[in-house]
Design a binder for this molecule. Sequence first.
Ligand code: AMP
Ligand code: ZN
Length: 135
Amino acid sequence: MKDENCIFCKIAAGEIPSATLYEDEDFRVILDLNPASKGHALILPKEHYRNLYDLDDELASKVLVVAKKMVNRLRDVLGCSGYNIVQNNEGVAGQSVFHFHMHLIPRYEGDNVGIGWKLGTLTEEDKAEILNKLK
Ligand code: AMP
Ligand code: ZN
């Protein structure tokens, strides 16, 4: 399943050149063109899925194995001190390319990569509502 208007479909298929770090039958891993830090990479499935909501189950389980392999190789190559794995779903959550992808963002001491949020407090109302609705 491909989307002819999707740039990540074309990159994953090799129709548009990319800085490819790894490729197998299901995925291509590329360097992000606008990296948050040196070595910021993206895991792209070769098939088109808009985001995690409809990602194929088998690919969903494989993608974390690829992420693990990549961060273990790249942390030696890059000499980074940590990693953030980020995966945005829908525009409100920061998704700008609507073909599932997982960000691998190396972290270096003193870098200015801004991944974070203000800590809230879990209220009794929210807790009860969510747990009840999930039943
Ligand atoms: P998101 O905002 O989670 O959808 O992430 C999209 C990411 O794709 C951004 O970090 C962009 O810098 C990156 N990006 C967009 N177009 C390209 C491209 N042609 N090659 C590599 N990375 C890209
Ligand atoms: Zn696509």
